[in-house]
Design a protein around this ligand. Sequence first.
Ligand SMILES: Cc1ncc(COP(=O)(O)O)c(C=O)c1O
Length: 405
Amino acid sequence: MFKNIRNQFPLLSRLINGKPFIYMDNAATTQKPLRVLHAIETYYKELNSNVHRGVHTLSQIATDAYEDARKKVQLFIGAKHAHEIIFTKGTTEAINLVANGVGKSFFKQGDELILSCMEHHSNIVPWQLAAQPYGVTIKVIPVNSRGELEMEVYENLFTEKTKIVALTHASNILGTINPIKKMIDIAHSHRVPVLIDGAQGIKSSIVDVQELDCDFYCFSGHKIYAPMGIGVLYGKEKYLEQLPPYQGGGEMIEQVSFQKTTFNKLPFKFEAGTPNVEGAIGLSAAIDFMLSFGMEKLIEHENNLLNYAHIKLQEIENLTVIGTAKEKTAVISFLLKNQHPADVGTLIDMMGIAVRTGHHCAQPLIDFLHIPGTVRASFAVYNNMDEIDKLLAVLQKVNVMLNKK
Ligand SMILES: Cc1ncc(COP(=O)(O)O)c(C=O)c1O
């Protein structure tokens, strides 16, 4: 099914460092298929116009395309209403929007919120900013040696003062897919709403926000074959109605005078200014791209690659895999004994394979694990077993080179 898939990704045909390009940095961002590139080109050649503003025909056509993209996302994640889908710049902006609003609307002095120890900085710092003015305490769920969250500890973190749980669907370092349905149910039994950071989870699971019953779900388009600068905040209507606007400007208002402004209805209340129409259309095309294979098939393909990589990497002397949870997304982090991840990553890159190294914007987890960072390979639809064999061969060379020094 995925044999000739690389042909659909023009960038993958370029040479890097004189070698055919093998791209394994998909947890950072994915490459874009022709279908998405064409959609963006068509938008600018045939539709470009500002949305929601003009009565002229082209503006209405562009508005319809933008709103169709919203409906596409609604169906993709199983939201009840299209107006529960807010277009943002990405996961980061979506979480900032919620943290800012929850802080202003719900936090009181002495409140508490719960995060996990495997959160990306995007799901830590916005909460710190929101918590600070009210002296809200952040409680943290630890991980066990396999990289799975300690569920018993989680259950015991709740008190009368807990206001929200914000949790990643899947870890960008460990790959762990968290049991979010169970964790949401536990939070709801304490009447606490839950935000899920779906930046890594959206590609590795079939997400149905109504079935999950999460209160907020955020993700970025660029990690699922869509352009950069477009992302999604899903929020239950009842919460979005209660949150104040995040930014002020055009589009988000109903009436403005110097005395008083009233705000537009959902979703426009949260979409100040000219939106990223091109991005929304690109995201819609990316969803069509994924659905043309079926999410089950994509997930199965990535799982096969992950399992193969786990088996193969164990053949390498001195290599330790970081993150061995039972449920994982297609992310494999590792370390070579006594070697800094940056040195290992640079050598792998010179041999034609793009991997990520460092703390991956999750420093608290790196500190918790007492490691200097990791080297991370992450897979997408265009990766295959041959590429993992090549990674293995390259790692074997790197191991010999670095250990000779
Ligand atoms: C788990 C997780 N959350 C949030 C983000 C932030 O996503 P973005 O930079 O697209 O807003 C990332 C990006 O790597 C991530 O992996």
